[in-house]
Ligand binder design. Structure first.
Ligand code: F6P
Length: 345
């Protein structure tokens, strides 16, 4: 069997470990031939591919980024995945002698995996995203690393904030789901955590900040990039669109900081953590999760379980339907936010 591996969407710590897990199991145990396409669908369409064998994946688990590169290049050259687009994909697969794909990616990528499967093209998904917003899995690899980096940033901001009696606002990633903010905020003991799933008013945020000051402490506010202030229609965006044509988010901390300062009289500073939380070496947890995901995906290919994704259920990796994975965004449940919110301020 000849399998093509392809990474799509934003990178996520653990992608290398996932590729290594799939290759060691696929090539060494099942006797597959495996190739990797460079920069996602670009490599597939432009015949830019490398052989994936044991030497190709040597020592890559601790490395950040991904050896194959990743991109948001669209898979369908002509349209939205109609019959003609599928024909192009099939023809190219035929040219490369491919029997199926292992697709490493988040929501967009797993949606493509489902479209391919529905059209009879063999694909298996490996879920990655620092946002942890994919259905069908308890955690996606990359999330734990992002939370660890964000938690460290909170710890560091707290000492400088306390020294100057300032309110510190930290913006973390999280487009439509506030998992990074929620977990980092809890790990770092943030006094306020703001997530895309739940709007809060500026009055409420300032009440929390003032009550912290009244206790003689300085506030640490964590805000996910997709948070909307009560009454705002849209998220705060930067100029331009990403590769999927979505507005680039960012800047909500810089919008909130002067509002908080003006209303409370407390000097306030904003920090945007940005891509620091996506770069660098993955945590041990992410390396293990990613490796097991890769192993399970190779086993699933061997067993003919196409049209599935390797999801984490408790401590087991299970093949789940792609439908379950992409049916809807896995957002922070109300109860998880309330659990934290009761101690804000
Ligand atoms: O989807 C993962 C993510 O890190 C989001 O949290 C963020 O909005 C987006 O990617 C930013 O990615 P880029 O800067 O690569 O467009």
């Amino acid at each position: 069997m000849r399998i093509g591996v392809l990474c799509s969407g934003g990178d996520s710590p653990g992608m290398n470990a996932a590729i290594r897990g799939a290759v060691l199991r696929g090539v060494e145990v099942h006797g597959f031939e495996m190739v990797g396409f460079m920069d996602g669908w670009r490599g597939f369409h432009e015949a830019d591919l490398v052989q994936l064998d044991r030497p190709a994946v040597r020592g890559i688990s601790p490395l950040g980024g991904v050896i194959l590169g990743t991109s948001r290049v669209q898979p369908f050259v002509g349209g939205q995945g109609d019959a003609a687009d599928m024909r192009v994909i099939r023809d190219r697969m035929h040219g490369y002698g491919l029997d199926g794909f292992l697709l490493v990616g988040g929501n967009g990528t797993q949606t493509v995996a489902k479209m391919l499967s529905d059209a009879g093209i063999r694909a298996i998904g490996l879920p990655k995203t620092i946002d942890n917003d994919l259905g069908g899995t308890d955690y996606t690899f990359g999330f734990d690393t992002a939370v660890s980096i964000a938690s460290e940033a909170i710890d560091r901001l707290r000492t400088t904030g306390e020294s100057h009696r300032r309110c510190m606002v930290l913006e973390v990633m999280g487009r439509g789901a506030g998992w990074i903010a929620l977990h980092a905020g809890m790990a770092g003991g943030a006094q306020v955590t703001l997530i895309p799933e739940r709007s809060e008013s500026i009055e409420q945020i300032c009440d929390w900040v003032l009550s912290v000051r009244d206790r003689g402490r300085s506030s640490l506010v964590v805000v996910a990039e997709g948070f909307k202030l009560e009454g705002s229609e849209a998220e705060v965006t930067r100029e331009g669109l990403d590769g999927f044509g979505r507005p680039r988010l960012g800047g909500v901390a810089e919008m909130l900081a002067p509002l908080i300062e003006r209303r409370t009289g407390i000097e306030t500073r904003a920090t945007v953590l940005g891509h620091v939380q996506r770069g660098g070496s993955p945590t041990a947890f992410d390396r293990v999760l990613a490796t097991r995901t890769g192993i399970a995906a190779a086993d699933a290919a061997r067993a003919g379980q196409w049209g599935t994704m390797a999801g984490l259920r408790g401590d087991r990796i299970e093949m789940v339907s792609l439908e379950e994975a992409v049916g809807r965004l896995k957002t922070v449940p109300e109860a998880r936010y309330e659990e934290a919110r009761l101690n804000f301020g």
